[in-house]
Write a protein of this length. Structure first.
Length: 173
């Protein structure tokens, strides 16, 4: 986010647009938790988004496969940013953890253990849907024509729903 703060096209896009929501991803963080990276750029983006009367939504990334601690650390980092400057924090990593706890056979990560597989991208989309719309993803119907079974879609909707209920992403505005 610090690089984009100095990128004229990005800042112009925000200032010239009529946005209802802006999703912020790519806050630097330490995968080990040993290092601290400044959050001032993220906070400045949020101030600018709030000044446009839009809702800033922080996108804390999911942890690498098998690293539950990393997911909580990433989420807490984004919550600390939202505490400094009012923003929503989409509980993406926490939803991944919930889904994998419910069904460890889900394929949320791609083969590299870091990036999202299609099921992981679908779960992320459900969490963002619920965060932006404030609607419960459990109430969505099956999406036909995608390579995720009806049962797996239902599992992912339930994981997103349960996580959003437990970790409300947005304070009342």
């Amino acid at each position: 986010m610090d690089e984009r703060l100095q990128h004229q096209a990005s800042t112009k896009l925000l200032s010239d647009g009529n946005w209802s929501h802006v999703i912020l991803q790519a806050q630097k963080y330490s995968t080990t938790g040993r290092y601290f990276y400044p959050t001032d750029a993220a906070e400045e983006w949020i101030r600018r988004i709030n000044a446009k009367n839009a809702r800033a939504i922080m996108f804390p990334e999911w942890p690498r496969r098998g690293n539950k601690e990393e997911g909580h650390r990433i989420h807490q980092l984004h919550q600390s940013i939202a505490k400094a400057e009012p923003a929503c924090v989409a509980p993406i990593g926490l939803a991944w953890e919930q889904a994998l706890q419910d069904n460890p056979r889900l394929k949320l990560h791609s083969s590299d253990g870091n990036h999202a597989a299609f099921e992981g991208a679908f779960l992320t989309a459900l969490v963002l849907y619920g965060t932006i719309s404030t609607q419960d993803p459990a109430n969505l119907g099956e999406i036909s024509g995608i390579k995720i079974s009806r049962d797996t879609q239902a599992e992912l909707r339930q994981a997103a729903s349960a996580t959003l209920r437990q970790h409300a992403p947005c304070a009342k505005k």
